[in-house]
Design a protein around this ligand. Structure first.
Ligand SMILES: Nc1nc2c(ncn2[C@@H]2O[C@H](COP(=O)(O)OP(=O)(O)OP(=O)(O)O)[C@@H](O)[C@H]2O)c(=O)[nH]1
Length: 430
């Protein structure tokens, strides 16, 4: 059931219940009060009539009986029901009573129960039979009719009400007013329900769309804040939450980005040599293994090289450790700048460098190494130190039959050793 329907039903039921309670209670209360007043006045009037009747005949027994009394009462009512004469000419009432109390179509307002002085029913009003003794319970409330100090009859206030025309009109008017109130309350409840549910539904609709949008990824949402009630507070709280969430998310993204960058930097650092910025030994070993496997699987040529700066200890000793570092960095740069993207060069440790040449046969690798050797030798080292001279010995190996990249590197190292043994500043290969 929608919120609007619930609202309208709740207000409708509340409105109807309130009107029914207030109007119904008023209606019942008024009806009872009117009934009681009328009953009292009618009883008084009836009592007067009975007294007049008995006075006329001397005693109840001497009177013509029930029909005589009914005819007597009818005669009195006809006199009383006559339209009143113009103001100023109104004759005094026959009995001096409180006024006519006749019901609709000339009927008496009440059919009272009348008993004679021995409590035998004279008029039973449809409750008792004529002549039967009035029960004890009815006798208690019966009012005696006295003539010359003698009880001649009893009038019981119990009887049947016949509302007068005016009373009936009055009660009808009250009932109409009650119905009018109920209809008014229903219309008001429907209008209020529509109004309230529309305003609440609008804010809830905004909130639902905003939550859906947040769920879809756009965390920064704003819903309109209307008024100062709890719904407005909810909307404002939602806006604050959305803003905070968006800001936190942004900060988190930033720090996540920073962490990613730092992680990448750390990873880079972990695979780089700090001095030459070339890859380090660990990275070379991993990559060389991959390149070797690829070459074996695809039966492609693959060469590995190990180079070592000649008499590097002397450079350190003769020209300082800092000069040794400059040499290492420069040799590293020469090697890096002459590699293809697919080649892999690394500082293997100390003054040792290693190179892996995928898709390269031994002759090309050896030729390139010899070229590198020449470049290193002819580099203007005197700019670093006037007496500085730098050369490099290299061993090149290209037979996949060695079984692993590591084994190939060992073979290359043996060739390097041979280059060192045979005079340095040379490239040995097999
Ligand atoms: N400046 C500097 N020196 C280093 C670094 N790493 C290693 N060395 C030095 O490199 C020298 C290597 O010397 P050796 O292994 O005797 O080799 P060598 O002097 O080059 O002699 P050969 O290889 O036989 O030509 C050592 O003195 C190490 O201290 C470094 O990062 N910076």
């Amino acid at each position: 059931m929608s919120l609007r329907t619930k609202f309208m039903l709740a207000l409708l039921l509340t409105g109807l219940a309130a009107v029914a309670m207030v109007g119904g209670l008023a209606y019942v209360g008024m009806t009872k009060k009117v009934d009681s007043i009328r009953r009292e006045r009618a009883a008084e009037h009836f009592h007067e009539a009975v007294t007049a009747y008995v006075q006329q005949y001397g005693s109840w027994q001497a009177s013509p009986g029930k029909d005589g009394f009914d005819t007597f009462m009818h005669g009195r009512r006809q006199v009383e029901d006559r339209p009143p004469p113009p103001e100023g000419r109104r004759p005094p009432r026959e009995d001096g009573g409180p006024g006519p109390e006749s019901g609709r179509r000339g009927e008496p307002p009440f059919h009272f129960i009348l008993a004679d002085q021995n409590f035998n029913v004279v008029l039973g009003a449809g409750v008792y039979e004529h002549g039967e003794p009035l029960p004890e319970s009815a006798r208690k409330n019966a009012r005696p009719v006295e003539v010359q100090g003698r009880v001649v009859a009893y009038v019981s206030p119990e009887g049947v009400l016949t509302p007068s025309k005016e009373e009936q009109q009055y009660l009808d008017a009250m009932r109409d007013a009650l119905w009018f109130g109920v209809s008014g309350a229903a219309v008001l409840a429907l209008a209020l329900g529509l109004l309230l549910s529309r305003s609440l539904g609008r804010t809830l609709g905004h909130l639902t769309s905003a939550v859906r949008a947040m769920h879809g990824g756009s965390l920064l949402q704003r819903v309109p804040v209307e008024g100062k009630d709890e719904v407005a507070e909810l909307a404002a709280a939602f806006n604050a939450m959305s803003e905070k969430l968006a800001r936190s998310h942004e900060e988190l993204s930033d720090s996540h980005q920073t962490i990613l960058v730092q992680a990448e930097q750390l990873r880079e650092l972990s695979v780089r040599d700090a001095l030459t910025k070339l890859h380090n030994r660990r990275h070379f070993d991993e990559q060389a293994t991959t390149l070797f496997s690829h070459a074996v699987r695809h039966k492609r040529p693959f060469s590995v090289v190990i180079g070592d700066i000649d008499f590097f200890k002397r450079i350190n000793d003769n020209f300082s450790h800092a000069t040794g570092d400059i040499v290492l960095r420069q040799v590293g740069e020469i090697l890096r700048s002459h590699m293809r993207l697919s080649d892999l060069v690394a500082r293997y440790g100390g003054e040792e460098f290693v190179i892996a040449f995928p898709e390269t046969e031994l002759p090309q690798a050896a030729a390139l190494c010899d070229k590198l050797r020449g470049i290193i030798e002819s580099f203007p080292w005197h700019q670093v130190h006037p007496e500085l001279k730098v050369t490099m010995s290299m061993g090149v190996y290209a037979d996949l039959a060695a079984g692993t990249a590591e084994a190939m590197l060992q073979k290359a190292d043996a060739l390097l050793y041979r280059a060192k043994e045979t005079g340095r500043n040379r490239v040995c290969f097999s």
